[in-house]
Ligand binder design. Structure first.
Ligand code: GDP
Length: 199
């Protein structure tokens, strides 16, 4: 994956326009979203962009192979953010998820050791009320023992039977290939549809 940082934006109008598909990443702050971005792209410098003060509450846009955009949405539940931002998926995240037509897949990242927090659960329900496919990434899986990992995956599978779950660790690289596969699938489905429409 050849990935480059495009820009940070606070308004939908400032996002790249055009038909290129988007894959978005959402999750609680500190869940390891920036590190995941590095792990997926194999480029260490990228995470620094997403964790630069001032940019953590913005939509950070990355171009992947000139084919699609990866959008790192602001982490929710950020302790220092105003309450409205912390609780409601108000403002930017809401506008993005509900209005961007190019959005093809949401990667919802949770912390394996903490499990889904109340806000994560709200986010799952919130996303389920829309039509965009969601993949849940059970992150930092290296922090659990094998049996703990099996238990949390089993528990989440029972709780969310229709959701694709991928245990992932940026430390070991576990799950990386599966995440990339899911992104490729979503993006390819999109280009196939577009080819058909233009035939
Ligand atoms: P963000 O706020 O969601 O962007 O989170 P960061 O990517 O900055 O990560 C928060 C902390 O979790 C950092 O100390 C990372 O080193 C750590 N971290 C991220 N991913 C992993 C992982 O897969 N395993 C472990 N053990 N730690 C991780």
């Amino acid at each position: 994956m050849n990935t480059t940082f495009v820009k940070s934006a606070t308004r939908l109008e400032d996002l790249p326009q055009g038909k290129k598909p988007h894959v978005a990443m959402v999750g609680r702050s500190n869940v390891g979203k920036s590190t995941l971005l590095n792990s997926l792209t194999g480029q260490k410098g990228l995470a620094r962009v997403s964790s630069t003060p001032g940019r953590t509450q913005m939509m950070n846009v990355f171009d992947v192979d000139g084919r699609y955009f990866l959008i790192d949405l602001p982490g929710y539940g950020y302790a220092k953010a105003p309450k409205a931002l912390r609780n409601g998926f108000a403002g930017m995240i809401h506008d993005y998820l509900w209005q961007v037509q190019q959005l093809k897949l949401v990667l919802l990242i949770i912390d394996a050791r903490i499990g889904p927090t109340d806000l994560d659960r709200e986010m799952v329900e919130y996303l389920a009320s829309g039509t965009i496919p969601v993949v849940m990434i059970i992150n930092k899986i290296d922090k659990l023992s094998n049996s703990e990992a099996v238990n949390i995956v089993r528990h989440l599978q029972t709780t969310y039977p229709n959701m694709t779950l991928i245990p992932h660790s940026s430390v070991s690289g576990k799950g990386r290939g599966e995440i990339v596969q899911e992104m490729e699938k979503a993006v390819r489905a999109n280009s196939t549809k577009e080819n058909k429409a233009s035939e």
